[in-house]
Design a protein around this ligand. Structure first.
Ligand code: SF4
Length: 403
């Protein structure tokens, strides 16, 4: 699961071409992170719009071969030690142990890694065995992101999510025994039929497992998903907005009281345990993308590899890409606001003023910020501009005006 949805502006819908067609523009790339997309899952959850499908196990071997070939050519774009790797999906830990080992060892050898680089792998709790945890630890994985979503069986069923709530604690125990200390728990609130009491219980159960990081997202009814179809057919009802806001407010106060730093709209960490890879996205850094549907950003370009496994397998070693975009100045300014203001520490005033001094939408952007400050939804303090805790709830509409 890739945590950031990229802004798609000026995207071309042309037929796919290999990324190597953009090598002249990528000559100035300075990526310091890599995102790897593993598309296999053992079941398709009803809310999920990530590129993933039920694994028939017959293409795992070819996937690893192809991905390492891609890493080999992409290493030519890397000129300094890489700081972060994020292996998402899909369910990377669904790869058989020997294939996961080969993939991670290959990535270690083919790309230059900084000492202390953060390596995160996403996991479904049911896929973690002692052997799998040992593979992850022995390959230098420093962080695992666990898709728990809820500890209420009835709510997991609403999402068509197939795992036992108790498996989360079991998997975290195995990972810790193997030596992986940095663990994230992903939770979803505002699931249809859920109550504030259930959400309070979800948070309490997650905190009892002492993760050093929590991601809590309100459920989104993404177009094209079975859940959205059920919503449109009247099979499920969206939760009341006020109840959803209460759940978010409860999250903010509960996690603050438990010692977690609210550093991004949907992310909390113990001090120093923020996800460095996600910070790369939010701080406008550069990263390479490997695997079908993976998105990369470097040298002013954003690209997305084709989201069809067989097409990606059949071509290579450069990934076939269908959309490459070079944002114009207004696009870059809008995106800098969109990403930078998701962080609760906000942005330096100097950077804000510099961005407001350029582009054709400066007047509209300045008015949107002034209005948000006047309403108390944004605050200016310590030389920074940021959303207030209350303003975070309505940040989407302000961010839209800043695009
Ligand atoms: S496990 Fe994650 S990636 Fe796979 S279908 Fe469920 S939500 Fe999507």
């Amino acid at each position: 699961m890739e945590p950031v949805h990229l802004v798609q502006a000026n995207a071309s819908a042309a037929a796919s071409r290999p990324l190597s067609a953009w090598l002249p523009q990528l000559a100035t790339a300075r990526p310091v992170g890599a995102y790897v997309h593993v598309p296999f899952c053992f079941h398709k959850c009803h809310y999920c719009d990530f590129y993933s499908f039920v694994d028939t196990k017959d293409r795992q071997e070819a996937f690893v071969d192809r991905l390492l070939a891609e890493a080999r050519v992409m290493s030519g774009l890397v000129h300094e030690p890489m700081q972060t790797l994020f292996v998402g999906g899909g369910t990377p830990t669904l790869l058989a142990d020997d294939r996961l080992l080969r993939l991670l060892r290959g990535l270690r050898e083919l790309l230059p890694w900084a000492g202390g680089a953060e390596w995160t792998v996403e996991a479904n709790p049911e896929t973690i065995t002692a052997a799998k945890a040992d593979v992850l630890a022995s390959c230098g994985v420093t962080r695992v992101s666990m898709g728990a979503q809820s500890f209420q069986p009835a709510l997991l069923q609403q999402l068509e999510r197939h795992h036992e709530p108790a498996s989360v604690a079991r998997a975290m125990g195995l990972l810790r025994s193997a030596g992986i200390a940095r663990l994230n728990i992903d939770l979803i609130f505002a699931i249809p039929t859920s109550t504030l009491v259930q959400w309070q219980d979800d948070l309490a159960q997650a905190l009892a497992l002492a993760p050093d990081h929590l991601s809590c997202y309100g459920l989104v009814y993404e177009p094209g998903t079975p859940l959205r179809a059920r919503l449109e057919a009247g099979g499920v009802e969206r939760l009341d907005e006020e109840l959803e806001a209460s759940m978010y407010e409860h999250t903010v106060t509960t996690l603050a009281a438990a010692g977690y730093h609210h550093y991004e709209i949907s992310n909390w960490a113990r001090p120093g345990q923020e996800c460095r890879h996600n910070l790369l996205y939010w701080e406008d850094g550069e990263w390479i993308a490997l695997g079908p549907s993976a998105s990369g950003h470097a040298a002013g370009l954003r690209w997305k590899n084709v989201a069809v496994l067989q097409e990606w397998l059949d071509e290579g070693p450069w990934a076939p890409v269908r959309s490459v975009e070079a944002l114009d100045e207004d696009g870059r300014i809008g995106e800098a606001f969109l990403m930078g203001l998701r962080l609760l520490d906000g942005m330096h005033e100097g950077r804000v003023q510099s961005l407001l001094g350029r582009g054709t939408r400066a007047v509209r952007r300045k008015a949107a910020i002034d209005a948000a400050v006047a309403r108390g939804d944004m605050v200016r303090s310590d030389g920074r501009l940021r959303f207030s805790e209350r303003g975070v709830l309505t940040s989407d509409s302000v961010l839209r005006d800043l695009l």
